[in-house]
Design a protein around this ligand. Structure first.
Ligand SMILES: O=C[C@H](O)[C@H](O)[C@H](O)COP(=O)(O)O
Length: 253
């Protein structure tokens, strides 16, 4: 029998803390990625042990398959309607709880599900906590039609924001374009830093051909940061971030 590998202790701690927020009868959004997968496993185990009745919407095919394989019932978002809470991972979290998401290419569905939720809870390990967004390449989902034109329009928008000369790379899987669950392609914007996330978000959203970018601004209500020793830190918006939480320092996994 194939054994599930032991989860990273920091991700497990964050996932457990988030799953403890779940109440019987809730309607939940389930995120995507390695941290969200740990959460889905914990949620399924708790639901089974306590007989919780939950209705869940998944943010990707991968999460849907995992959740269903563990006995969670997945419905379409439109069938469930508004959700009580979404629990998801992130690639970066800043002190305002602005996020970069989409490292796994799921940010389009993730953003729709988060927007349909009363509360978005992000779970992450300390490496995701940053003072300023942008070291992680910003994913932008783009339709295939006119792809190079859209890429040029994005480069011009970056120029206008004094973010020119940055790499705008077509995400590949092997030698083929990486295709999202919605059948689109992804550009990864290697920006190093994003001094004005709101201006960038507005500029990207205004470009025809851009379906969705990975900036989640003002959407996250609570970030739960798991640490390798199994403890967690909760970050509310504008809470001071302890220096040792910052990426590259302190308790790294
Ligand atoms: O598209 C993927 C999602 O936005 C993930 O939540 C994000 O990439 C974090 O994933 P992980 O928990 O694997 O680092």
């Amino acid at each position: 029998m194939t054994q599930t590998p032991q989860p990273d202790p920091a991700k497990l701690a964050a996932a457990r803390e988030a799953v403890a927020l779940v109440r019987d009868g809730m309607k939940l959004g389930l995120g995507t990625g390695s941290t969200a997968s740990v959460m889905v496993r914990e949620l399924a185990a708790r639901a089974r042990a306590e007989g919780l009745s939950l209705r869940c919407a998944a943010t990707s095919r991968a999460t849907c398959e995992l959740a269903e394989s563990l006995g969670l019932s997945i419905e379409s978002l439109d069938r469930i309607g508004w959700l009580d809470m979404t629990i998801d991972g992130a690639d970066e979290v800043d002190p305002d709880l602005h996020l970069i998401k989409g490292g796994g290419g799921a940010h389009l569905r993730e953003k729709i599900v988060a927007a349909a939720s009363k509360r978005m809870v992000v779970i992450a390990d300390p490496a995701k906590v940053v003072e300023q967004l942008g070291a992680f390449p910003l994913p932008v989902e783009v339709v295939q039609f006119g792809f190079e034109t859209t890429r040029t329009l994005i480069r011009r928008a970056l120029d206008d924001l004094s973010l020119g000369d940055r790499e705008v790379l077509h995400r590949l899987k092997g030698s083929e374009p990486w295709v999202t669950d919605e059948g689109n392609w992804i550009l990864d914007l290697h920006l190093q830093s994003i001094p004005d996330p709101l201006a960038l978000a507005r500029a990207l959203s205004a470009i025809p051909g851009v379906v969705e970018h990975g900036l989640f601004l003002g959407m996250c209500h609570l970030a739960i940061i798991g640490k390798p020793d199994g403890t967690v830190v909760r970050l509310d918006r504008n809470a001071d971030i302890d220096a040792d939480m910052l990426a590259g320092e302190g308790d790294q996994p």
